[in-house]
Design a protein around this ligand. Structure first.
Ligand code: ADP
Length: 488
């Protein structure tokens, strides 16, 4: 390999505590250079079958451990990932295109925290008990792990979202078969290397790499996997729902968003503008919680737009491994083309592109000329019916429009098929409460964005998903409840 400086990284499936090679592989690209740098197993039914069997075999022992024993193992795993935080961050940045700064400060710390959080949370869950004195009865609930959990995660926050599923699943005593996105599989594979040292018994966590339609679907269709936790697109969720229906599987679906920010004329713009820039462009806009429709009250519309665009132009696009860069590469060439096509459509409809794509020029370092980069793009004067205001773009593109009244903006904010997250900016306490109550959105942030307490439910309404995850919600999702009545 010394002579072959461009030796590819080759991943293997992790089944029953062992790395196993696959008969076929998929190319994985470095989004910031456009080079193939890694090969990912192209697993199918056979590999999924082996992984499910390993998970089933491991279930009796793992599920009968005490919560404290499992908690200690999760904490150990958290420590091991944290110890290698920098290596994980570099790998995530290279594999996904995200900036090293984002990977260092958000992705990997959150993956560590997911394990710590559920290691703790599992110790504090309680079940219910009621008394029916006249009947001489007490009723209580008892919760048990469900079995083998199928976990399917996307490419935008690879290890962050995968561990958000693995941690609660195994903390509750389930064993898992995980299928990360074929485009971002490296950090999941790296995590597998730490499992044994953390004390995770063989077969408790199995990872099968490959395509959604093949490996993912084999997992969804497997009769011995009673539960699927999925994060990804609404279209794929529909397919998963269909395919799992014959087995009546339990599903948790975290899907897309078309998240509004509502800026009232009494908002503190010194807070609102930098936060709304982040909510629009963080992680290249590739976060389901990103803002892509900004409604600004008419009185401050032109001032907001002027200041927002001036600040957006300062975001530095370039090599993700440069710690001064704010915007890295998008996930793939196809995705970049798709995001760009929305900007073209907006222009064709008569909207104004105020900065970014097609307006400003993008200067990239020599090594990144073939990467999938795009400037933060702000579009104004877009009609609410435009696809740019209705569909999830999932890139560094945001639309800014004016509104007049509270009543009007609530209706417009709700007039999309999605309902994941919203932000409301105002200094009136009454108004933020009123508006938050009426928005069709699983999460509403007022005067902030992405401030999360993992104790509380996370998830979307309408086409943004089914189910919620969080301390109590994940516990409920990953366990089966039984009501027991005792008569004396
Ligand atoms: P995106 O559009 O953001 O790429 P997807 O929904 O396609 O989101 O992908 C999210 C995850 O779902 C990935 O791990 C992908 O491989 C997987 N996936 C895609 N199609 C299917 C399918 N038919 N069945 C199961 N998993 C799938």
């Amino acid at each position: 390999t010394m002579a072959h400086s461009k030796a590819l990284l080759v991943l293997e499936n992790f089944i029953g505590g062992k790395f196993v090679p696959c008969s076929a592989y998929i190319d994985s690209y470095n989004p910031s250079t456009g080079d193939v740098y890694c090969r990912v197993p192209d697993s199918g039914k056979e590999e999924v079958e082996a992984a499910v069997k390993a998970a089933k075999d491991a279930f009796p022992v793992w599920s009968s451990k005490s919560p404290l024993e499992r908690s200690q193992i999760l904490n150990k795993l958290a420590d091991l990932i944290e110890h290698d935080l920098e290596v994980f961050a570099q790998a995530e940045s290279k594999d996904q295109g995200k900036t090293i700064t984002f990977a260092r400060t958000v992705d990997i710390p959150r993956a560590v925290y997911n394990f710590r959080f559920f290691a703790s949370s599992i110790l504090h869950q309680t079940t219910e008990c009621t008394e029916m004195a006249t009947m001489g009865c007490v009723h209580y609930t008892s919760r048990a792990p469900v079995g083998v959990a199928g976990l399917i995660s996307p490419w935008n926050l690879p290890l962050y979202l995968l561990t958000w599923k693995i941690a609660p699943a195994i903390a509750c005593g389930n064993t898992v078969v995980a299928k990360p996105s074929e485009m971002t599989s490296v950090t999941a594979w790296m995590m597998c290397k730490l499992l044994e040292k953390a004390g995770v018994p063989h077969g408790v966590v199995n990872v099968v790499f490959g395509m959604g339609a093949k490996a993912g679907e084999a997992l969804v269709c497997h009769p011995d996997v009673p539960l699927i936790s999925f994060t990804g697109s609404t279209l794929t969720a529909q397919r998963i729902t269909e395919k799992s229906a014959p087995h009546c599987k339990r599903l948790s679906l975290e899907l897309g968003g078309k998240n509004p920010a509502i800026v009232f004329d009494d908002a503190d713009l010194t807070q609102c503008i930098p936060t709304t820039l982040r909510s629009s462009f963080a992680n290249q806009g590739e976060i389901c919680l990103c803002t892509s429709r900004i409604f600004v009250q008419r009185g401050i519309y032109s001032e907001f737009l002027k200041r927002f665009v001036a600040e957006a132009k300062k975001w530095k696009v370039g090599n993700p491994s440069d710690p001064t860069v704010d915007v890295g590469a998008l996930i793939s060439k196809e995705h970049l083309e798709k995001v760009r096509s929305y900007v073209k459509k907006a222009q064709a409809e008569g909207a104004r592109v105020l900065c970014g794509e097609g307006v400003d020029s993008l200067a990239l370092p020599a090594g990144n000329q073939k990467g999938y980069f795009m400037l933060p793009t702000v579009i104004a004067e877009v009609k609410d019916e435009s696809c740019c205001m209705q569909e999830e773009i999932f890139g560094p593109v945001t639309c800014v429009v004016a509104f007049d009244t509270e009543e009007e903006v609530i209706e417009r904010a709700n007039s999309v098929k999605y309902g994941l997250a919203a932000t409301v900016w105002s200094s009136s306490v009454g108004r933020v409460h009123r508006v938050a109550q009426r928005l069709q959105s699983g999460l509403v942030w007022t005067n902030c964005w992405l401030v999360r307490d993992l104790n509380l439910p996370f998830g979307g309404m309408k086409a943004s998903g089914i189910g919620r995850e969080g301390a109590k919600d994940s516990y409920e999702f990953f366990t089966e409840v039984k009501t027991i009545t005792i008569k004396h």
